[in-house]
Ligand binder design. Sequence first.
Ligand code: ZN
Length: 161
Amino acid sequence: MAAIAKDKVVSIHYTLTDDDGAVLDASSHGPLAYLHGHGTIIPGLERELEGLSVGDEKNVTVAPADAYGLSDPDAVQKVHRSEFPKDMELEVGRAVHASTPDGQHLTLWITEIKGAYITLTTNHPLADKTLHFAVKVAEVRDATPEELDHGHVHGPGGHHH
Ligand code: ZN
């Protein structure tokens, strides 16, 4: 039976909980498909899935450094509401995509809205958290040449384009 290795397309069911057992995320809309060995999922999880086969279940604990990193207290900025597009819905927790003057793409998350000022951070909402994954492998298959070329999965659970 095919084991998880580099260049395999892997589909997993998973539940992600924090240290207190609160569910942070889960594959509730069907299994998550990803291309193994290409850094498209967090490194601490990808490493632990190596070698598993369909039907295998595993609990994986990932330290912040191998997940979404440690937060940088300086990576916070306050921006006036008028800096955002008028029709944009602003709410705490929302991810905002921006580009720096030198063309780098950034994701920021809204952490606070106070009056006309919006506080944003580049720290991922799951930064500093130890993540606990309960994983069950649903499918393992060879990637198509096109998927390898694009570096991501096509079809169910993957990219559609
Ligand atoms: Zn593609």
